[in-house]
Design a protein around this ligand. Structure first.
Ligand code: ATP
Length: 323
């Protein structure tokens, strides 16, 4: 997909707009107020660094974005949306945003630090130690349940994440999942989240997440719906159990052909419950995906795959200690 580049005439205007988005509420900090530690991750338009506030014990994951790069890559709307939306969210399954600041060159977002890293790396890491590169069903059940709970909260507010995948699911030091990277987020028409109207009209694309997790309806440019995230959740559960996304191929076009023809191979070692849940999340019709129907999240939480999950005390339990 070709990127739309901003003409130089618009870059000045975009620079002004991006500063306004970061103007309030924000702290008057400078980067010199922090002791920078290791790089926690690198995204397509940011670097995330562990940062301790000098003179305090507060540690943050500082998302650092170069203004010129964001403008050049036409990411202004994504950055503004992420900041505005995260500021209004409050859930243990979603990465918290503490404050923002900026200088002439960069924008900074001080996020809750997820010291356990990406779920993607946890899945791959096991490959080296145990030569399997996938999670057990006990682990996958726990992590999937935590994502379901966070998605229930998001969808209840009328927000679609649009980029659920193992790279955007981060682990805390004590082994809990948090959804990160709200750069693709879309409010639906009944959303209870306040987003300036001009941002919504600038944000016309329905789904901009990665192809391997993209739902088939993106080919019809359908508006974003909770079903988009439920499809990506099905792909993510498959990835946890098999070690790779269900729609894997050498080229993006082939990946997309597999998606629209729903060409999935379910490995024999998947339990009947896991296979059935994946099948019901990967329904071609977004409104029929488990969780999107008339019984909503209750139907999803009551699926036999989640037998034994204590939904009321999910965040009190832990499947492993990562610290
Ligand atoms: P993308 O290309 O995925 O859109 P982006 O530039 O928006 O990337 P993020 O995905 O938000 O950046 O962050 C990049 C990486 O930094 C993440 O994949 C993760 O490894 C790490 N990271 C982000 N937020 C945190 C956090 N709160 N705690 C720890 N690590 C983080």
């Amino acid at each position: 997909q070709a990127k739309v580049r901003l003409e130089p005439r618009n870059r000045e205007e975009a620079a002004q707009r991006i500063s306004i988005a970061f103007r309030a509420p924000q702290e008057n900090f400078t980067i010199r107020d922090f002791e920078l530690g290791k790089v926690l991750g690198v995204g397509s338009h940011s670097k995330v660094v562990r940062a301790k506030k000098k003179g305090s014990e507060h540690v943050y994951a500082l998302k650092i974005m170069d203004k010129d790069f964001i403008i050049k890559e036409n990411k202004v709307t994504c950055v503004k949306l992420e900041r505005i939306v995260l500021d209004q969210l409050d859930h243990p399954g979603i990465v918290g945003l503490y404050f923002t600041f900026q200088d002439a060159r960069c924008l900074y977002m001080a996020l809750e630090s997820c010291e356990g890293g990406e779920l993607f790396d946890l899945i791959s890491k096991l490959l080296l130690g145990l030569q399997r590169g996938r999670l057990s069903e006990i682990e996958a059940r726990f992590y999937t349940a935590e994502v379901v709970e966070a998605l229930e909260y998001l969808h209840g507010l009328g927000l679609i994440h649009c980029d659920i995948r193992p790279e955007n699911l981060l682990l805390t030091a004590d082994g809990h999942i948090k959804i990160a990277d709200f750069g693709c987020v879309r409010p639906d028409k009944d959303s209870r989240i306040t987003v300036p109207l001009n941002l919504l009209s600038e944000n016309t694309q329905a789904f901009t997440g990665r192809t391997a997790y993209a739902p088939p309806e993106i080919q019809n440019s359908s508006p974003a719906s909770p079903g988009n995230d439920l499809w990506a959740l099905g792909c993510t559960l498959y990835h946890m159990l098999a070690g790779a996304s269900p729609f894997k191929d050498a080229f993006e076009l082939l990946v997309f052909q597999r998606i629209i023809s729903r060409g999935i191979n379910i490995p024999e070692y998947f339990s009947d419950e896991a296979s059935d849940l994946i099948d019901k999340l990967l329904d071609i019709d977004p409104s029929r995906r488990l969780g999107a129907g008339p019984d909503g999240y209750l139907a999803l939480k009551l699926h036999p795959f989640f037998k034994g999950i204590d939904w009321h005390n999910l965040r009190q339990g832990s499947v492993r200690k990562l610290a």
